[in-house]
Design a protein. Structure first.
Length: 117
């Protein structure tokens, strides 16, 4: 599926974008493991990340923060999820936080099917 992955980066701001109706299909793929999927995946030592003023709809795995349950280098990750709209047909991970420090504030959760945070 289509999405954005941030890896080995610092001081990133994702602001005011609208991604929706992601449909899994064949096509280009850049990643380093088989299990990075979702709208946003912030992994492996990334820190000082802000995801704000975005609109999310129609996806299963929305935001994943942390490479895996066993990758402890992500313990220093700092991510802010603020002022986003989580809209129709979302299933889970708004966000899912594995390691690090996370500030999830002032988001609008209109609808979800499994869990939000």
């Amino acid at each position: 599926g289509c999405g954005i992955t941030l890896q080995f980066v610092h001081n990133v701001i994702i602001h005011n974008i609208h991604i929706h109706h992601i449909i899994e299909s064949q096509g280009g793929l850049i990643r380093d493991s088989e299990d990075h999927y979702g709208y946003r995946t912030v992994v492996q030592g990334s820190t000082a990340i802000t995801i704000s003023n975005c609109h999310f709809t129609h996806h299963d795995h929305v935001i994943l923060l942390g490479a895996s349950d066993t990758y402890s280098n992500d313990q220093y990750m700092q991510v802010t999820i603020a002022f986003n709209h989580f809209g129709k047909e979302l299933i889970q991970r708004m966000p899912r936080c594995r390691w690090g420090f996370f500030h999830v504030v002032n988001n609008d959760y209109t609808h979800w099917k499994m869990y939000a945070i």
